[in-house]
Design a protein around this ligand. Structure first.
Ligand code: SF4
Length: 219
């Protein structure tokens, strides 16, 4: 994708969530809410250091500790997020014998279904886990990446976020490489571009490296 080459030249390799197993990536989503990457990352490292990322470690931690860590990741829904971490760890023990990678070894549709049963994990989140764990070669997109691609003329708007996301995935399929490094980099670059330049309101088209080929530039 020409777009990805342009973004890589502009931003360099993007930062991605720290390497973790599937439960770790679920905890990454749950430990922060409405938090920037720095705050989420700091809360996640607290979780890793003070509690641990295994289901047994999460279940052994007190709710007070989980709440304290969840608070470090944002002040909204602290108790709920702490509880979601605990519920997720319990589900990994009860349903997957303590090893969530067993769920990911299923065919993609079943693996996605299993991941979507965890709190705060929708289809984009499930795709991200499949991609970052190098389980299935899918291009995950967050809301920033989806917006950037729509403005660039890829895919089309559906009735709501879910259908729009699926239509985009179908539209991109012919251009996606089955290369986990490329997929993760593309996810990160599109996200970064949406955060910094192609922002939801007031996109900075005047300083956008993609403006020349963008049908939405200046509109
Ligand atoms: S030109 Fe504007 S609308 Fe197009 S990608 Fe760049 S910032 Fe987004």
């Amino acid at each position: 994708m020409k777009v990805v080459d342009g973004l890589l030249a502009a931003y360099g390799p993007p930062e991605l969530p720290p390497p973790a197993d599937p439960l770790g990536l679920i905890l990454w989503e749950q430990v922060g809410y409405l938090a920037d990457d720095e705050r989420r990352g700091s809360a996640f490292e607290q979780l890793r250091e003070r509690v641990g990322l295994t289901p047994e470690a999460i279940l052994a931690a007190s709710m007070d500790t989980l709440e304290e860590i969840a608070r470090a990741g944002g002040s909204v829904a602290v108790s709920e997020r702490a509880e979601r971490m605990r519920v997720s760890a319990q589900a990994v023990v009860d349903e997957w014998g303590g090893d969530l990678s067993r769920a990911l070894r299923q065919p993609p549709a079943e693996a996605t279904r299993a991941l979507k049963r965890f709190p705060m994990i929708g289809e984009p989140g499930a795709d991200k886990i499949l991609m970052l764990t190098r389980t299935h070669a899918v291009l995950a997109l967050d809301s920033n990446g989806l917006r950037v691609l729509l403005r660039l003329g890829y895919g089309e708007e559906g009735k709501s976020y879910g259908p729009t996301y699926r239509l985009m995935r179908e539209a991109l399929a012919p251009e996606c490489r089955e290369d986990f490094d490329w997929l993760a980099r593309t996810y990160g670059l599109l996200r970064l571009h949406g955060q910094r330049t192609c922002r939801r309101s007031a996109p900075r088209c005047g300083e956008c490296i993609l403006a020349e080929d963008c049908p939405s530039a200046g509109s």
